[in-house]
Design a protein around this ligand. Sequence first.
Ligand SMILES: [Zn+2]
Length: 438
Amino acid sequence: MLHKKGFVSWLFVISILLTACAPKTQVVDGPGLATIQSDLVNQLDVEKIYATAEELTKEPRVAGTESEKQAAAYLIKELENYGYDVGVQPFTFERYVMPEKTDLQLAGFEGTFTPAPFHYSVSGTVTGELINAGHGLKEDYDKIDAQGKIAVVTVERTYFYELVLHASKAGATAILIHFPEDNPIDTWTLGKHSDDYIPALALSHKDYMKISKNMDKKATVTIEGARVDQSESQNIMVTKQPDAEQDASTDIVIIGAHYDSVDQAPGASDNASGTSVVLELARMFKDVTTTKELRILFFGAEEEGLYGSKKYVSAMTEDEIKRSVAMFNLDMVGSADAGELAIQTVDGMNNAVTIPASQAYEALNGDSLSTDFGGRSDHVPFHEAGIDAALLVYSPLEKWYHRPEDTIDKLSKDRLLQVAKIVAASTLEMTLPTDSKE
Ligand SMILES: [Zn+2]
């Protein structure tokens, strides 16, 4: 799953309000239960899922590196063993390399600061006067002369990249972005690279308090080693055509997961878990007769900005998009230490994915699963293309999200199997001929 994006608490408030307003899934009795107890679903082998995750988590699988390529090769080999013709969709993307050093100094000030870089912040060493630019909005700069100065702004409600661009446009040479007390600094992102950025650092409330008493002193902002590299990655794809003997429809059902990880994290939960479950679903589906086309996708470079899924969707024809009725995205579906299973859509609304998934969940657990907001993974490009898409994830995320501690021992077999069963039952329900569902 992708890092947290742009804005802060107000979005959280809105999302709570909207979640409260989102219609609860109607749970219908019947086929959900029969399907989830079917022989096919019972065939899912959690030991195989776990073994795949073990194989994938031997080292981090950072997009564009040799280890991501090895993970792709492993998936191709397994899919070929199952008897699939495997497609590879290569693509290039801009890979951001985080700075090696970030520093903030005030001339004549004894104390120290611990600022954090933003993902996509540019390198640079800048010395200049500090200027308070309020909330860093366009109108804040109309009232001040920020030319050649280092802007200090307090985050309110906008995207971080906009704060950086407003400051840059006003002639500021760097920007310090203050996070109020209830918003701790973290690895936030500017979303994507821009040549118009100036060096940008996140300031904790504590550091901001020190700065605000010393606004008359000259500051030096240092960011070293941040850069953008052109890199290559690939999506791995298999397609299962509907059986012509059946009353085949032209609909397409898509199941996907990203297989890359962030730097230094073996990425067991994020996202060897989803990858391994999807690979097991591919095994289960291999010899199943279906009435719809099934596409099973493994995305590269999700962590760098959903590059794989964006590439896949951009290469779909209008006809393919129209025929695609559902996209199940599995990202972080096995952590023993995360919250409960959640199903998330970009708009928080139910759709052709959430409804069967919720029914399957109910058949398994006896209570329903309501749809939540979530837009930080590979279902987003599909949603934006107008395809019903949703993310399955255990939420809230575990403590070691994106950390070296995201190792294989943190995965729960029960949790992996639960998601495998839910997606299997949902997609079987959509793709099996009616008579074979009895
Ligand atoms: Zn992630």
